[in-house]
Design a protein. Structure first.
Length: 566
C-alpha cells in the first residue's frame, strides 16, 4: 500500500472515530420523545397533501411562519413514512446526521490543514454547547443538515479550484447545487457564496486568480437568484415574518449585545473553570492565526464572523443557542487553523493549546449536557403524559410552551386516536385565580424522572403562593400596536425577568423588558398579565390587561413609583 493510500485510510479512520464520538456523546437522545415544535411539524406533514413542502407555496404561507425549510419537512417525512410516528427512529436519523456532519467537517478541514489540527478543530466543534443544543432537538435538524450540505459544497468548490476547463465548471456546478440544497435546508448557508471566493487555495493547488474564482461562482449566483425568487414567492418577503422585530433604532444596541450573547451560548451561560480555560484557549488559537498568517487571515476570519453575526442580528432580541451556530463554525475553523500556525512556529505549542481546549471543552460539554438533557428528559416525560391524559387530569408547570402542548393534543387525537382530555397550567398564579378543586393534579418529579400525582399538595402550594407579600410592588407596562407589530415597555426594574401570562397562568412566556413582536394571528385584543421575577426571588403581577391589537392603539398601566431601584 503506497503512502497516499495509507494517508487516506488514516483520514477515514479519524473521521469515523469522530463520528463515533458524536454518537457516544449524544446517544441518550434516543430515549427522548416529542418536544418543542415536533408536534407542529408532524401536524403539517400529516394534514397536508403528500410532498406539499416541495411544490406548494400556499401551504408554507398557511404555516404563518418566516420558515422556508422544505428539506426539514422532507427529512422528517422520510422518517415518518419509513418508521411511523415512533420518535426513537427520528432521533436515530438525527444522531446519524450529527455524526455525518462531524465526519464531513474533518474531511473539509483536511483540505487545508494537517491531520492533528483538523481533528482538534472538529472535536472542539463537536463538544461545543451550541452543537450539543442541536443534537437534542429534532425540530432543528435542518441546521445540522444545512451544515452537512454546506461542507459538501465547500469540498466540491475546492475540487473546482484543483481542475481546469470543463472539469472545473462541472465541480463548480455540483458545488452550486449543494449550496442551493443547504440554503433550502436553512438560510444560514446563504452567505456561503460570499465566503467561497475568499477561501485559500487547497494544499498543493495552483494559485487561482480572482477572475477565475468569480467565473466559478457564477453557478452559485444563479442558485442564489433562484433561492431568493422562491423565498419571495412563498413567504412574500426576503426577510421578516412573525416574531421579535428589530427596528433601525434598536439595531445598534442589539449589535453591541450580540457578541456577549454569542460567548454566553458558547459556554452555555455558565462561568466555570472549564469554561474560562476553554475560552482562553479558543481566543489564543484564533489570535495566533491572525498574528502569524497576516492580513489575508484577518480579512477572511473577520469577514466570515461579521457575516455570521449580521445573519442572526435581526432575531437576536431573545437569543437561542442555534442562533450562534454560524459564528461557532467560524470560530472553531479559525481555532484549528491557529493551532496549525502555532505548530509551524513551534511544534509542541499548537498541540498543547489544542489539548487544553479539548479537555476543558469536554468538561464543559459534560456539565452542560447534564443540565440540557435533564430538561429534555423532563419535557419528554411531560409530553408523553399529555398523550395519556384523561378528563380531570391537570399537569402543573410543564416546560413545553402552550402552543406546542395544543399541537400535541392534536397529535394525540388524530395520530394516536386517543380521546381528548386533560389541561395544564404553567404558572402557579393559576391556583390563585382558580381556588376551586382542579381535579387530579400531576407534576414532574426529577428524583423519579417521571410525572407523579401531587393533588394532595395543591392546597398548601396555593396557600403559600397566593399569600405572597409582594403583590403591591411597583410595576409598569405600556403597549402600542403599529402595523401589526405589538411593542411594549416594562418596568421599572432593569434586572430580573419579565413574563406575559395568558389565561391567568395557563400559559407563560418570558419576554424582554422592551421589544416589538410581529403577531402571527390577529385578534381585536389580547388579555394578559405581566409577571416580574426579582433576582432576589420574589414575584409580583399586574392585573389582567386588555391590550388592543388595533393599529395605532395602545394601553398604559402603572402601580407604585417608577423610581424604585433595581
Amino acid at each position: 500500500m503506497d503512502k497516499i493510500s495509507k494517508d487516506r485510510w488514516a483520514d477515514v479512520g479519524i473521521a469515523l472515530a469522530l463520528a463515533a464520538a458524536a454518537w457516544l456523546l449524544y446517544y441518550p437522545v434516543l430515549r427522548l420523545g416529542w418536544m418543542y415544535d415536533d408536534a407542529f411539524l408532524l401536524h403539517h406533514l400529516v394534514a397536508a397533501r403528500p410532498g406539499w413542502y416541495l411544490f406548494s407555496g400556499a401551504a408554507f404561507r398557511q404555516l404563518g411562519l418566516n420558515l422556508l425549510a422544505p428539506l426539514l419537512f422532507l427529512s422528517l417525512d422520510v422518517d415518518r413514512r419509513l418508521f411511523g410516528i415512533d420518535p426513537h427512529y427520528f432521533y436515530l436519523h438525527h444522531l446519524l446526521a450529527t455524526a455525518l456532519c462531524t465526519a464531513a467537517l474533518y474531511g473539509v478541514l483536511r483540505i487545508w490543514l494537517r491531520r492533528l489540527p483538523a481533528a482538534l478543530g472538529t472535536w472542539v466543534f463537536l463538544i461545543g454547547p451550541v452543537i450539543a443544543s442541536l443534537a437534542a432537538l429534532l425540530f432543528v435538524r435542518h441546521y445540522i443538515e444545512s451544515i452537512l450540505l454546506g461542507l459538501l459544497a465547500v469540498a466540491a468548490w475546492t475540487g473546482a479550484l484543483r481542475r481546469t476547463g470543463r472539469g472545473a465548471y462541472l465541480m463548480a456546478t455540483l458545488s452550486a447545487a449543494l449550496y442551493f440544497a443547504a440554503s433550502m435546508a436553512k438560510e444560514i448557508a446563504v452567505p456561503l457564496i460570499m465566503i467561497l471566493p475568499l477561501l485559500p487555495e487547497p494544499r498543493g493547488c495552483r494559485q487561482t486568480g480572482l477572475a477565475a474564482r468569480l467565473r466559478l461562482v457564477l453557478p452559485h449566483s444563479a442558485m442564489l437568484a433562484v433561492y431568493m425568487i422562491v423565498r419571495f414567492e412563498i413567504l412574500g418577503t426576503l426577510v421578516g415574518g412573525y416574531g421579535f422585530k428589530a427596528d433601525r433604532a434598536s439595531l445598534p444596541a442589539l449589535a453591541l449585545a450580540l457578541p456577549g450573547k454569542i460567548v454566553s451560548e458558547i459556554i452555555a451561560g455558565r462561568i466555570s473553570p472549564a469554561a474560562v480555560l476553554f475560552l482562553i484557549a479558543l481566543a489564543t488559537g484564533i489570535l495566533a492565526l491572525l498574528v502569524l498568517r497576516g492580513l489575508r487571515a484577518l480579512f477572511l476570519i473577520g469577514a466570515s464572523l461579521l457575516i455570521a453575526l449580521l445573519l442572526v442580528l435581526p432575531v437576536s432580541t431573545q437569543m437561542e443557542p442555534r442562533y450562534a451556530v454560524p459564528a461557532w463554525i467560524v470560530l472553531t475553523v479559525a481555532f484549528a487553523a491557529g493551532c496549525q500556525a502555532l505548530e509551524d512556529k513551534k511544534r509542541w505549542l499548537g498541540s498543547a493549546l489544542g489539548l487544553i481546549a479539548c479537555v476543558s471543552g469536554l468538561a464543559m460539554n459534560r456539565q452542560d449536557w447534564t443540565v440540557r438533557f435533564a430538561a429534555a428528559e423532563r419535557m419528554s416525560a411531560e409530553d408523553r403524559f399529555v398523550l395519556d391524559m384523561r378528563e380531570g387530569d391537570v399537569l402543573r408547570q410543564p416546560l413545553l410552551v402552550d402552543a406546542s402542548l395544543l399541537e400535541l393534543q392534536w397529535v394525540k387525537q388524530n395520530l394516536f386516536h386517543r380521546a381528548p382530555g386533560g389541561r395544564w397550567f404553567q404558572d402557579d398564579f393559576y391556583l390563585c385565580a382558580h381556588p376551586e378543586p382542579l381535579g387530579r393534579v400531576w407534576a414532574y418529579d426529577s428524583s423519579l424522572h417521571g410525572v407523579v400525582n401531587v393533588t394532595a399538595r395543591i392546597p398548601a402550594i396555593r396557600k403559600e403562593y397566593c399569600s405572597s407579600p409582594s403583590g403591591s410592588a411597583p410595576l409598569s407596562a405600556s403597549f402600542h400596536d403599529s402595523g401589526g407589530v405589538l411593542g411594549w415597555e416594562l418596568g421599572p426594574y432593569r434586572q430580573g425577568k419579565y413574563f406575559f401570562l395568558i389565561g391567568e397562568g395557563a400559559a407563560i412566556f418570558e419576554m424582554p423588558r422592551s421589544s416589538r413582536f410581529q403577531m402571527q394571528h390577529r385578534a381585536p385584543f389580547l388579555l394578559l398579565r405581566v409577571k416580574y421575577e426579582s433576582p432576589d426571588g420574589w414575584v409580583t403581577y399586574s392585573p389582567e390587561l386588555r391590550v388592543p391589537l388595533v393599529d395605532g392603539e395602545g394601553v398604559r398601566w402603572r402601580r407604585g413609583s417608577e423610581s424604585r431601584p433595581d
